[in-house]
Design a protein around this ligand. Structure first.
Ligand code: TXA
Ligand code: MG
Length: 351
């Protein structure tokens, strides 16, 4: 599809995408190609959900096990019956309130949808993205787009087109580059087929927001998530270097545990990367410990922190550090999603 073996990268305006560029990307999808495109959460690697060969190629280029189902993206909730066999009143209410946006819902799978998309499950995960480029692409192509995050399997998700190019640029057809994504963490995944509905992955839409519409929501335990949502291996979102989460809630506690951990490991003279909030970074004694620092932003601004998280992890990885130290966040709202990604990127929760 692309003679150079490298994806064609098209720069596109995030707010007002050029219809001609969108048309080129839509044609590529319709012909069976793979197009990475921005969504409001992270970049997705899209293929025609009804083209089984394209879907199989998504798994192949990501090196993703076929047991890990994909999310199907639709232009609007009006198209749900193309991929689902039934739309419950609860799904209608949730869709009305949160779509387009960072919420993925499980529905009963329509039998005409290739089984590969859903890894053989009887359910399909669906979302309607709000990013203008994703919306324009869905509308121009007129097809449901199956799209996992556009990263190598289990690696940190891509929040910039450069991340996609680094992981997959030599094996996909096109990348639409619209700059950084808005949320920086993947969508919330909710299973509304169970009573009460089960939160399978925390994301941009918080449990509290879901409960305001759906009533009580149960948060799946880590073990349960793996069985209910097969792709959810405990280790995921991982940089290619060891990540350690330093205990503590306040900046003072976190600083103390960072110093303790550094003392333990300093005998080997490692190059240490630090991923922390401003309140921690600004108080480090850098004369004593020469960290490579990525300041995530202020503790009170979880949106900014979520937006920076994956890019900063990738930057530390590129700096060639031997170990990355980071810490947890308050669990309210987006904090739950940030902690979930950090926990699963870390090899062990505590040192
Ligand atoms: O924000 C997002 O959701 C991004 C953008 C591109 O839309 N996509 C994304 O896809 O994060 P991915 O493939 O990285 O994660 C999708 C996860 C799967 O790993 C799996 O756990 C879950 O969604 N999933 C998909 N279909 C499912 C199903 N039928 N039942 C349970 N879980 C499912
Ligand atoms: Mg992913």
């Amino acid at each position: 599809m692309n003679p150079s073996n490298n994806a064609t990268v098209l720069s596109i305006d995030a707010r007002a995408p050029d219809p001609e560029l969108i048309e080129r990307a839509a044609e590529c999808l319709i012909r069976g190609g793979l197009v990475a495109f921005p969504t409001e959460t992270v970049y997705g690697l899209g293929g025609n959900a009804f083209d089984a060969a394209a879907v199989r190629r998504i798994f192949k280029v990501k090196q993703r096990p076929p047991s890990d189902p994909l999310i199907v993206h639709l232009a609007s909730a009006d198209e749900l019956l193309q991929v689902a066999s039934d739309v419950s009143p609860l799904v209608k209410v949730l869709a009305e309130r949160f779509w387009p946006g960072p919420l993925t819902l499980l529905l009963p799978r329509r039998s005409s949808l290739p089984l590969e998309v859903c890894a053989g499950l009887s359910t399909v995960a669906v979302r309607v993205p709000s990013h203008p480029v994703a919306q324009a692409l869905l509308q121009a192509s007129g097809i449901p787009i199956a799209a996992p995050s556009a990263n190598r399997f289990a690696h940190t998700s891509a929040t910039l087109a450069a991340h996609v190019a680094a992981d997959l640029g030599d094996r996909i057809d096109m990348i639409l580059d619209a700059g950084p994504t808005y949320w920086g963490v993947e969508s919330t995944i909710l299973d509304p087929l169970q009573t009460p509905p089960v939160l399978l992955r925390p994301g941009g839409i918080s449990r509290e927001e879901l409960e305001s519409v759906a009533g009580p929501v149960r948060v799946a335990s880590p073990g349960e998530r793996i069985t209910a949502s097969p792709g959810r291996q405990p280790r995921h979102y991982a940089p290619n270097v060891r990540l350690v989460l330093c205990p503590g809630e306040t900046p003072e506690e976190i600083l103390a545990s960072i110093h303790e951990i550094v003392n333990k490991i300093s005998a080997n003279d490692p190059r240490i990367g630090l991923l922390a909030v401003t309140e921690v970074c600004s108080r480090l004694d850098r004369k004593i410990i020469p960290f490579v620092i990525r300041d995530l932003g202020s503790m009170g601004d979880l949106r900014q922190i979520a937006r920076n998280l994956f890019a900063d992890l990738r930057e530390l990885e590129a700096e060639g550090v031997d170990i990355i130290l980071a810490h947890r966040f308050p669990t309210e709202g987006l904090g739950a999603a940030i902690n979930d990604r950090l926990n699963r990127a870390a090899q062990e929760p505590f040192f």
